[in-house]
Design a protein around this ligand. Structure first.
Ligand code: AMP
Length: 201
């Protein structure tokens, strides 16, 4: 199964992508995290990435794809992409990579959350790029850049729009149900991490 989870900042996409990866046994490929890790070194590449991250702007696709391609290649049949593809350039890069092996994405999950709820969640989270101005910019960039990506996968017939509000458990259930895997093992086995709260049966 090859999945992608998209959503505006604060939509809970990474929490949900991680849960889905654990429930379904998929590699969790998270460019935002790969970029933050890469940005910690002292190389020219790291400095370049930091400029974009600190400004809340999208990192150029060649850098992102360089990090993501290797991960996809390692887990070609079983992955969930977290926040990728976010632009049409990235769609084309991904589709080309998959088509070389006659493969396709099976589903793209779009998490929908209201702007007020996004602000409430992100100001509580407090990552360095979670100030009010930068959040506003990241929401605008998401709407501007990612709309074409959503339309592309809607036309391809694999888009599922899922309500991202409510408890993390209820959102996970909605996603599994959209994927047609209600009969998956109970999600009480999902591992506890910093971003996943306790899941009641
Ligand atoms: P996220 O953790 O997904 O909210 O991503 C954090 C930041 O990483 C974003 O604001 C972008 O600067 C960068 N980023 C993550 N995914 C991508 C992507 N697919 N393309 C470009 N930049 C990205």
């Amino acid at each position: 199964m090859r999945l992608s989870v998209l959503g505006p900042p604060g939509s809970g996409k990474s929490t949900q992508a991680r849960r889905i990866s654990e429930v379904c046994g998929l590699a969790h490929i998270y460019p935002g995290e790969l970029l933050r890790l890469e940005a910690q070194s002292d190389s020219p590449l790291a400095r370049r990435i930091r400029e974009y991250l600190d400004a809340g702007q999208l990192v150029p696709s060649d850098i992102v794809f360089y990090l993501v391609e290797r991960e996809i290649t390692h887990s070609f049949d079983r992955f969930v992409l977290d926040g990728f593809p976010r632009t049409m350039t990235q769609v084309l890069e991904l589709e080309f990579l998959l088509s070389k092996r006659n493969a396709k994405l099976n589903a793209l999950i779009l998490l929908e959350v209201s702007r007020n709820e996004i602000m409430r969640r992100l100001l509580a989270r407090g990552r360095p790029d979670d100030t009010q101005d930068i959040i506003e910019r990241r929401i605008d960039i998401f709407r501007r850049e990612t709309d074409a990506v959503i339309q592309f996968y809607r036309q391809a017939g694999i888009l599922s729009v899922v309500d991202g509000e409510g408890t993390p458990d209820s959102v996970t259930r909605r996603i599994l149900s959209a994927l047609g895997i209600e009969s998956a093992p109970p999600i009480i086995h999902v591992k506890e991490t910093k971003n996943t709260k306790h899941i009641s049966p």
